[in-house]
Design a binder for this molecule. Structure first.
Ligand SMILES: [Zn+2]
Length: 419
């Protein structure tokens, strides 16, 4: 091979769970690809040498839960590159924004236009995630077309990597599990995983009452190996913790044993209490997913439409902030890095393309800082947790191009004042 790198990342701590690598390495990049990785590489003749000593170098981060169908989904959809390369993230997966009807726009105006690698879990519903699924009347079984959605998924395997649906009490009060069963049928026929949102989304139909525990008990047996349960730590009813017992639903354990996986899907509903209980019970999230959207993060302007949305949030967060929360809750650094690299690559069926740093692979690489300090982390139920370390993105390489992590969506590292 012609060894002519144009960029060298020198002396960083490379943590690559897929390769079983954790140590100090140089990484040489040329022509958009990784050319070499070794404890020491020659720097002569290389145009750009970046000293990353003291930093963490990891395979390009993958955010498994994004909302980036900008404009079409109203304020809900964020700019793909603000969530992606501008935040140190090289791959973002839109969860349920595009549908079979709106998919061509997603490809042309979002995926093709972004510097970030953009994938999606296509919506089970005809309309997709308009206005963040605000109007429940658009999301019943009459508003699902299995054949059309399967066809679009099959015709676009480069972008469509799964199917998105919701299991929550507002929908169940209207249609039972009918929509979820249709979502499962789409996933099965398309040969793709089903990603299920847990936790209340819509208000219950007036005059009805759904038991969230019963909903989880009915839902989970429908899930197969490779399917994904999201928002296990939700502060809304219907997550992993039973409202009856205060413990993890036994049926969740059975699902995890047969290969159903867990995505954090942080969002505005992440709860430290629920996370602590779930992790303490021994459940490890498989993928992370920031779940940022225009109602739960601020891109500068506050307005009433945002604050009236059921998923309005004030606690700032992003993918690296969610990683810091898992760290504060006791999860190990390598396990956390796996939730944004090797594990999502498996979930997306793309382990031959992304999720590891190896010669001959596309140069998708993230560089983070793990800063020591006296930090405070917050959730939207009013709980704050002290943290002695925070992950913070510095820059990423996407296909060998360098992007600084200067997105306004990266929250500042706020040091706590000494008491
Ligand atoms: Zn979401």
């Amino acid at each position: 091979m012609n060894f002519a790198p144009d960029l060298l990342l020198q002396g960083g701590r490379v943590i690559d769970p897929a390769a079983g690598r954790d140590g100090i390495f140089d990484v040489a990049v040329g022509n958009g690809q990784v050319l070499a990785i070794a404890p020491s590489l020659p720097r002569e003749g290389i145009n750009s040498v970046i000293d990353v000593s003291g930093k963490i170098v990891l395979p390009g981060m993958i955010d498994t839960h994004a909302h980036i169908y900008q404009y079409v989904t109203g304020k809900f959809g964020l700019n793909a590159d603000m969530v992606g390369v501008g935040s140190g993230v090289t791959t973002v997966v839109d969860q349920g924004g595009p549908s079979c009807m709106t998919f061509p726009g997603f490809r042309a105006f979002i995926a093709d236009a972004a510097k970030t690698r953009v994938l999606c879990f296509i919506s089970a519903y005809l309309v997709g995630g308009l206005e963040g699924h605000y109007y429940p009347e658009l999301y019943g079984p009459e508003q699902v077309n299995v054949a059309h959605t399967v066809r679009v998924a099959r015709e676009n395997p480069d972008l469509v990597r799964g199917i998105k649906a919701h299991a929550e009490i507002g929908g169940a009060s209207r249609w039972g599990l009918d929509v979820i069963k249709l979502g499962k049928q789409i996933a099965r026929e398309a040969g793709l995983p089903l990603y299920i949102h847990l936790g209340q989304l819509w208000p219950e139909k007036p005059g009805t009452h759904i038991d969230p525990d019963e909903l989880v008990r009915e839902l989970v047996p429908l899930m197969d190996a490779g399917d994904v349960l999201a928002h296990p730590f939700t502060r809304h009813p219907g997550g992993f913790i039973s409202t009856e017992t205060g413990e993890v639903h036994p049926i969740v354990w059975a699902a995890l044993e047969r290969g159903v996986t867990v995505d954090v899907g942080h969002g505005s509903h992440f709860s430290f209490d629920m996370a602590r209980q779930t992790l303490k019970a021994g459940i490890k999230p498989y993928t992370l997913g920031a779940d940022m959207h225009g109602y739960n993060v601020s891109v500068g302007s506050a307005d009433t439409e945002r604050s009236q949305n059921p998923f309005f949030g004030v606690a700032p967060f992003n993918l690296t902030n969610a990683m810091s929360k898992l760290l504060a809750l006791g999860m190990g650094v390598t396990d956390i890095i796996a939730t944004v690299t090797s594990n999502p690559a498996k979930m997306l069926g793309k382990t031959d393309e992304i999720g590891t740093i190896a010669p001959g692979r596309v140069a998708d690489i993230s560089v983070l800082e793990l800063r020591d300090g006296n930090f405070e982390l917050a959730d939207n139920s009013g709980i704050t947790v002290a943290a002695s370390q925070m992950f913070s993105p510095l820059f990423c390489l996407r296909a060998g191009q360098t992007y600084a992590a200067t997105s306004p969506l990266v929250p500042p590292l706020t040091e706590r004042l000494a008491a």
